[in-house]
Design a protein around this ligand. Sequence first.
Ligand code: NAP
Length: 321
Amino acid sequence: MQKPYVFITRALPESVIAPYRKQLNIEMWPEEEKPVPREVLLEKSAQVDGLLTMLTDDIDQELLKQTNTLNIVANLAVGYDNIDITYAEEKQVVVTNTPDVLTDTTADLTFGLLMAAARRIVEASEFVKRGEWGPWSPLLLAGSDIHHKNIGIVGMGRIGEAVAKRAKGFDMNILYHNRSRNKETEEKLEASFTEFHELIEQSDFVVSMVPLTPETHHMFDQAAFQRMKSEAIFINASRGAVVDEQSLYEALVNNEIAGAGLDVFEKEPIGADHPLLQLNQVVCLPHIGSATRETRINMMELCLDNICRFFNGKNVLTPVK
Ligand code: NAP
């Protein structure tokens, strides 16, 4: 029997891929840093049985329509807003993602971002490196306390809960908002379910961990930032488009909120001239939430395991939906 033909849209380490070559006929886009061009992705997806995709690949109707060979798309991310799930289901293309394996790693980064923004860690490091450190002074680079403050987590799912666990270690008071209440989480983490508006009004740190959907698109808009405390710090490690960046910028320059920590942006990579990057009170990262060597390898292996299981007639481990 012929091995299933699988196209991986970015160069992944051969040490991870090699064991899977016994079962799969694997072809890889040779670049590690540059996404596969759209025309190559379209051409390959019309020929292959499976795709291993990145969040930079649009698996939309156009692509899905023009393939009759594709059976499975394994996305190297837990978020799958780059894939038209409804149309994939219609075309009977199975879609998988990488939940759980990246939860703690992403929560570590999210809490690190919160700490960096609150205690002005990046700004302070740059200050020292520029040789501007003079005599000690009482309010030099004074930030905000983290301990005993209110953290409001919007999207208390796997990663949101892991962020809450870390916040508990800092004696923070935990508020959360989801569409549905989770009593078990409330008891475990002593977290209070709060309506969205109440959460953003009461929180010292507002953390977005919601998936990007039509419902969450620009959920943090001008009205939301205007409701926040003037000392509030906004953290986004979910997806850029949940935030209206122009409104965030205005809230920061008008001192309606105190700072922000952002791992994700509406357009990635963000241009170096973007107004948000000009503000000292903003810590910006290049979408590295799950970027540790261990976790990225676990994510790659989960994608490949899902593909192998599918072609062996077994249930995939992490189907979307
Ligand atoms: P998850 O377990 O599915 O959690 C998502 C949570 O959001 C759920 O609790 C869900 O609760 C809530 N939610 C969904 N729609 C909502 C809405 N309209 N209003 C309020 N709450 C809503 O997902 P996860 O594994 O924690 O991942 C969350 C997201 O993080 C991913 O989708 C991805 O975009 C992002 N992420 C980013 C990075 C990074 O590198 N920065 C890494 C990993 C993940 P209800 O269903 O009850 O509303």
